[in-house]
Design a protein around this ligand. Structure first.
Ligand code: 4NP
Length: 156
């Protein structure tokens, strides 16, 4: 059975699509595309059906990640039965997910940055800020993606 990973932020147009694109590239590069399935979602449904924020797409593209095919969706209780890992970008996302979590959830629910070595445990929301925020998102996401892939490989 493949391992299933869901990245979750608030709007599913900035942080979680960046995590989705970066981690998908790590998975593909490791030859694990069939063994590890990746998706992303938002706790809010405001941007459902939309492509990632143009700023996220531009910064990701400059680092070799193509987010253009991704479309936003809202996280649902069913996700807790489908996914092995549900990884939140910040504590507010985590607490919203804990409130939604059904009793028969089989997902490991955690902060994504638990898989990185750095001092931060949240990926800050870049939506209302400047370009620096998008650079920070990429840097944090890349570090945690490597740690997550190492951890999942141990379970395969
Ligand atoms: P994300 O960023 O949670 O990283 O996708 C946001 C996107 C949109 C909004 C807030 C955060 N918004 O308020 O519409």
């Amino acid at each position: 059975m493949p391992k299933r990973v869901l990245f979750v932020c608030l709007g599913n147009i900035c942080r979680s699509p960046t995590a989705h694109g970066v981690f998908q590239q790590r998975v593909d590069g490791a030859g694990l595309s069939e063994a590890v399935l990746v998706d992303s979602a938002g706790t809010a449904g405001w941007h459902c059906g939309r492509a990632p924020d143009p700023r996220s797409q531009a910064f990701a593209a400059a680092h070799g990640y193509d987010l253009s095919a991704l479309r936003a969706r809202q996280v649902a209780a069913e996700d807790f039965r489908q996914f092995d890992y549900i990884l939140a970008m910040d504590r507010a996302n985590l607490s919203d997910l804990q409130a939604l979590r059904p009793v028969d959830s089989r997902a490991e629910l955690a902060l994504f940055l638990d898989y990185a070595d750095g001092a931060c445990d949240e990926v800050p929301d870049p939506y209302y800020g400047g370009d620096d925020g998008f650079v920070t998102v990429l840097r944090l996401v890349e570090a945690a993606a490597d740690g997550l892939l190492t951890a999942i490989r141990r379970t395969l």
